[in-house]
Write a protein that binds this ligand. Structure first.
Ligand SMILES: C[S@@+](CC[C@H](N)C(=O)[O-])C[C@H]1O[C@@H](n2cnc3c(N)ncnc32)[C@H](O)[C@@H]1O
Length: 205
């Protein structure tokens, strides 16, 4: 959850972004293409967009979020290079969601916030907007049918649902089913710090 940046009191700041950006970067270095445009869904504060765009100067980074978050994202990417574009509005719950064309898509800690329909819409729209073989990277906590949810994630899931009954930690199997229905195959399911996962899907050739 975001608060204000202690180094610049006017911009939003999520401490988790400082903690998870290096482990996520390791995954991105393996799976992102050498060039092209990365669409980030649910950019939040904009910290990841500012950081990752600086790490990948040969990629164009396009942040997105709900309209109310765009001013905060702009404050973070003011200092970023020219390869970070002005953020665009993407509401995963829009009817007939259309996404800008991209060569990769990344969505961090967002699918457990938005209602399940947002995940349904995301995969359908990603199938339309992504180039063949493009990676779609999800980061966050997931529940698995063959094992108990970790105690920290049980607590987190309860907290999410108390805040919004439509939120909640998503099922890995249901996400994979959604991906497969839309022409994506799972290429990586990687354990990440703090009981999170990186799920990397690949669009069909
Ligand atoms: C927990 S934050 C994660 C933000 C950022 N990716 C990060 O890791 O810090 C969840 C994000 O989902 C966004 N979000 C919520 N509902 C959404 C929707 N319907 N469409 C797109 N984004 C949404 C929120 O605005 C917020 O930025």
């Amino acid at each position: 959850m975001s608060r204000l940046d202690p180094n610049s009191m006017s911009r939003p700041y999520a401490p988790a972004c400082d903690r998870n950006r290096e482990p996520i970067l390791d995954v991105l270095r393996e799976v992102l293409p050498a060039s092209g445009r990365v669409l980030e869904i649910g950019s939040g504060t904009g910290q990841h967009a500012a950081y990752f765009s600086a790490c990948f100067p040969n990629l164009i980074w396009l942040p997105s979020d709900l309209p109310e978050n765009l001013p905060g994202i702009r404050q973070w990417i003011d200092d970023a290079g020219e390869n970070c574009l002005d953020p665009v509005v993407v509401n995963l719950l829009s009817d007939d969601l259309q996404l800008p064309a991209a060569d990769a898509l990344i969505c961090i800690n967002t699918l457990h916030i938005v209602a399940w329909q947002g995940a349904v819409n995301l995969f359908a729209a990603a199938n339309e907007c992504l180039a063949p073989n493009a990676p779609l990277v999800l980061y966050g906590p997931y529940r698995y049918a063959d094992r108990a949810l970790e105690p920290s994630n049980v607590e987190f899931d309860e907290w999410l649902k108390a805040r919004d009954s439509q939120s909640g930690i998503r099922s890995f199997e249901q996400i994979c089913e959604l991906a497969s229905r839309n022409g994506f195959t799972l290429s990586q399911d990687r354990a990440m710090p703090a009981n999170n996962r990186s799920l990397v899907f690949k669009k069909a050739p």
